[in-house]
Design a protein around this ligand. Structure first.
Ligand code: NAD
Length: 347
């Protein structure tokens, strides 16, 4: 498994493989960049089919965190960690403490947080063996779950995208298709519903989506039919790589804006979307609300209103990206990458 020649290596500053025989830990921590500050990124616990798959995932995700933090104007770099394990059966306190020791060995260059497969409760156990953990909840015992902040950020992003892509400022009657109504997708659906949008959504967990649809008066579709929905906006809020060449051909929406990480199955999908006249909202800009809030939690002057104002700034950042993309006749994805690289010193 080559590392320096890996297609997703992208000059990562440090990649650490860690193991612990007693707990069965097999983990990788990737630190992409620390020019703006310590590398913050979540810990994903997933039963990867191979080490190669785990490595590719952690490299892509940690790089994404560098870009996300730079465009959210945070004093943070980008990193990510993965544990190769099934979170439902293999996650033990010993495993998490061993992970904490691995994080601690990096002396604060990497700060961990919750992600898919890991929870706030897990972060508390990790905090027994390292202080380089975030997302433990705010003062007053409020939950550390970043999803409400991510959903609010995606909502602000969507308003900017609709303004640029469809030339409209209000969401009344706007038709939106949401793929995945989990933590973020369901909250996004509620914000959109409150703003008067008409929703259609899908989830592989049919029960959850049917309950929510009844509550919001929304339609539901089978998972594969969501791409054909007759809508104005498509919001990918499930897993990564939703936008494949085939999906791009099928989409009826003129705007794509959602929470999922790494939405483009490959970089040139950005140009395919552009060729079809579909405005793409760079995922890591739209979904930065959670990390913005975590960054505020790390300060000793945390104020919820200030964090929310910072999150609403996602809309302004996108206004700038969309305007530059129009001027330069390039995809917003490329413009966002350039802007981020300028900000973390690789421009
Ligand atoms: P989640 O697991 O709570 O929700 C994802 C939902 O998608 C689940 O309900 C799942 O059943 C559904 N799903 C999976 N595959 C599907 C498919 N093929 N078709 C339809 N539905 C499908 O996760 P989440 O926390 O809501 O995050 C959603 C996405 O946003 C993820 O890609 C995540 O990486 C990204 N993200 C989340 C946050 C956050 O704060 N939670 C922050 C940044 C990015």
């Amino acid at each position: 498994m080559p590392i320096f020649e890996h297609p997703d290596f992208d000059h990562h500053r440090q990649i650490v493989f860690g193991s612990d025989e007693a707990s069965g830990l097999r983990a990788i921590i990737a630190i992409h960049d620390t020019h703006r500050g310590p590398a913050l990124g979540g810990l994903r616990i997933y039963p990867y089919a191979s080490e190669a798959e785990a490595l590719t995932d952690v490299l892509r995700l940690s790089r994404g965190m560098t870009y996300k933090s730079a465009l959210a104007d945070l004093p943070l770099g980008g990193g990510k960690a993965v544990i190769i394990a099934d979170p439902r059966t293999d996650k033990t306190p010993e495993l998490l403490r061993a992970m904490g020791r691995l994080v601690d060995s990096l002396g604060g260059a990497y700060i961990t947080a919750e992600d898919s497969g890991s929870s706030e409760a897990d972060m508390r156990i990790i905090a027994e063996t390292t202080r380089h953990v975030s997302g433990l909840g705010r003062d007053g015992g409020e939950s550390g779950d970043p999803s409400p902040f991510t959903a609010w950020g995606v909502f602000c992003a969507l308003k900017s995208a609709v303004c640029h892509g469809l030339g409209r400022r209000d969401l009344e009657g706007l038709r939106v298709a949401i793929q995945g109504v989990g933590h973020v997708g369901a909250l996004l659906a509620r914000h959109l519903h409150a703003a008067g949008a008409r929703l259609v959504f899908t989830d592989v967990n049919r029960e959850a989506s049917i309950h929510l649809a009844e509550e919001l008066g929304a339609e539901t579709t089978a998972p594969d039919a969501i791409f054909d929905a007759e809508v104005d906006v498509f919001a990918p809020c499930a897993l990564g790589a939703a936008l494949t060449p085939e999906v791009v051909e099928r989409l009826r929406a003129k705007v794509v804006c959602g929470a999922a990480n790494n939405q483009l199955a490959s970089p040139e999908i950005a140009e395919r979307l552009m060729a079809r006249g579909i405005l793409y909202t760079p995922d890591y800009v739209a979904n930065a609300g959670g990390v913005i809030e975590i960054a505020w939690q790390r300060r000793n002057d945390y104020r919820r209103e200030a964090a929310m104002t910072h999150i609403e700034g996602i809309g302004n950042t996108l206004d700038e990206i969309f305007a530059r993309a129009t001027r330069e006749q390039r995809s917003p994805a490329r413009v966002a990458d350039d802007l981020a690289r300028e900000r973390f010193g690789r421009g």
